[in-house]
Design a protein. Structure first.
Length: 166
């Protein structure tokens, strides 16, 4: 563990789910299926969920930087299922694959557009702060589940070469 109490490697910081909408609340472990986190729901299935958007990912490191800017965002606030820490978030892109814990594998499919529901966590309600178009490298990411399994906070996250990089 580091001085912050976190593992010294990229890892799952928090797992989040809700019965629809935000914020999503932390759980101690979760089954990740091809359809997403078991027990999680989305409010608007036209823009959330589905096989290519089974998981929403975000960076705890960026959340802390946003907090330093005065925003009230916390892990799970923006609707992400997995809050990850210790990754070079700005380098992640569609096509990259992540090994999450011993079992789960996901592929990043796309950047997420900030939802109006996220405005409440931002000063001046400016959720575009996490827009890939306006602030590259600050977006949440949608991922497809390639291999199902159980995840827990502290599980290691390893970035694998993307299918375009192999």
């Amino acid at each position: 563990m580091t001085a912050t109490g976190r593992p010294p490697y990229p890892h799952v910081y928090q797992i989040n789910l809700s019965d629809g909408g935000v914020p999503k609340r932390p759980v101690l472990e979760a089954v990740i299926a091809t359809t997403g986190v078991e027990g999680d729901r989305q409010r608007n299935l036209n823009v959330h969920g589905g096989l290519d958007r089974a998981l929403c990912l975000f960076s705890q490191d960026l959340i802390e930087r946003l907090q330093d800017e005065g925003h009230s965002i916390e892990a799970g606030s923006s609707g992400e299922n997995l809050t990850l820490a210790g990754l070079e978030w700005v380098k992640l892109k569609p096509g990259d694959r992540l090994q999450v814990g011993p079992d789960v594998q996901v592929e990043i499919m796309n950047y997420t557009a900030p939802c109006d529901q996220n405005a409440q966590w931002f000063r001046d309600r400016d959720s575009k702060r996490i827009s890939q178009k306006k602030n590259p490298g600050w977006s949440r990411l949608y991922a497809k589940v390639l291999r199902e399994g159980v995840v827990r906070p502290g599980d290691e996250v390893v970035v694998k070469p993307g299918k375009n990089d192999e």
